[in-house]
Design a binder for this molecule. Structure first.
Ligand code: FES
Length: 83
Protein backbone atom coordinates (compact mmCIF):
# COMPACT_ATOMS: atom_id res chain seq x y z
CA UNK A 1 0.00 0.00 0.00
CA UNK A 2 1.26 3.44 -0.85
CA UNK A 3 1.42 5.98 1.95
CA UNK A 4 2.65 8.78 -0.27
CA UNK A 5 1.11 8.73 -3.72
CA UNK A 6 3.05 11.76 -4.96
CA UNK A 7 6.41 10.10 -4.33
CA UNK A 8 5.34 6.43 -4.58
CA UNK A 9 6.46 5.62 -1.04
CA UNK A 10 5.05 2.42 0.37
CA UNK A 11 4.01 1.46 3.87
CA UNK A 12 6.90 -0.98 3.93
CA UNK A 13 9.42 1.75 3.14
CA UNK A 14 8.03 3.86 5.98
CA UNK A 15 8.18 0.92 8.38
CA UNK A 16 11.76 0.13 7.39
CA UNK A 17 12.84 3.75 7.83
CA UNK A 18 11.32 3.81 11.31
CA UNK A 19 12.93 0.48 12.18
CA UNK A 20 16.25 2.00 11.15
CA UNK A 21 15.79 4.99 13.43
CA UNK A 22 13.49 7.57 11.85
CA UNK A 23 11.83 9.18 14.87
CA UNK A 24 9.72 11.98 13.44
CA UNK A 25 8.16 13.29 10.25
CA UNK A 26 11.29 15.30 9.51
CA UNK A 27 13.34 12.10 9.50
CA UNK A 28 10.87 10.45 7.11
CA UNK A 29 10.94 13.50 4.87
CA UNK A 30 14.74 13.53 4.82
CA UNK A 31 15.13 9.79 4.29
CA UNK A 32 12.22 9.05 1.96
CA UNK A 33 10.91 12.36 0.70
CA UNK A 34 7.51 11.59 2.12
CA UNK A 35 5.12 14.56 2.55
CA UNK A 36 7.32 16.80 0.43
CA UNK A 37 4.82 17.45 -2.35
CA UNK A 38 1.12 17.93 -1.54
CA UNK A 39 1.53 16.90 2.12
CA UNK A 40 -1.66 14.82 2.23
CA UNK A 41 0.30 11.82 3.50
CA UNK A 42 1.85 13.57 6.50
CA UNK A 43 -0.78 12.50 9.04
CA UNK A 44 -0.78 8.90 7.87
CA UNK A 45 3.03 8.73 7.89
CA UNK A 46 3.04 10.19 11.39
CA UNK A 47 0.70 7.43 12.54
CA UNK A 48 3.51 4.93 11.90
CA UNK A 49 5.96 6.77 14.15
CA UNK A 50 6.45 5.79 17.81
CA UNK A 51 3.29 6.72 19.70
CA UNK A 52 1.17 6.67 16.54
CA UNK A 53 -1.85 4.44 16.08
CA UNK A 54 0.03 2.04 13.80
CA UNK A 55 3.19 2.06 15.92
CA UNK A 56 1.98 -0.66 18.30
CA UNK A 57 2.68 -3.35 15.70
CA UNK A 58 6.22 -2.10 15.33
CA UNK A 59 6.80 -2.13 19.07
CA UNK A 60 5.59 -5.70 19.47
CA UNK A 61 7.76 -6.84 16.56
CA UNK A 62 10.74 -5.07 18.08
CA UNK A 63 10.62 -6.95 21.40
CA UNK A 64 13.78 -8.96 21.76
CA UNK A 65 13.16 -12.73 21.90
CA UNK A 66 14.91 -13.00 25.28
CA UNK A 67 12.29 -10.63 26.74
CA UNK A 68 9.36 -12.83 25.70
CA UNK A 69 8.08 -14.88 28.63
CA UNK A 70 6.69 -18.32 27.89
CA UNK A 71 3.74 -19.07 30.18
CA UNK A 72 2.88 -22.72 30.81
CA UNK A 73 -0.44 -23.95 29.47
CA UNK A 74 -2.89 -25.08 32.14
CA UNK A 75 -4.71 -28.37 31.91
CA UNK A 76 -8.50 -28.37 32.17
CA UNK A 77 -8.20 -29.60 35.79
CA UNK A 78 -5.85 -26.74 36.66
CA UNK A 79 -8.18 -24.24 34.97
CA UNK A 80 -11.10 -25.48 37.10
CA UNK A 81 -8.97 -25.06 40.26
CA UNK A 82 -8.13 -21.48 39.30
CA UNK A 83 -11.68 -20.55 38.32
S1 FES B 1 0.82 12.11 -1.01
FE1 FES B 1 2.72 12.42 -0.06
S2 FES B 1 3.33 14.41 -0.70
FE2 FES B 1 1.48 14.04 -1.74
Amino acid sequence: MYICVCNAISERQVQEAIAQGAADLGDLQAQLGIATCCGQCADTATDYLPGGRYAVEHVSEAVAPERVVQAPLLSSVEIRRVA
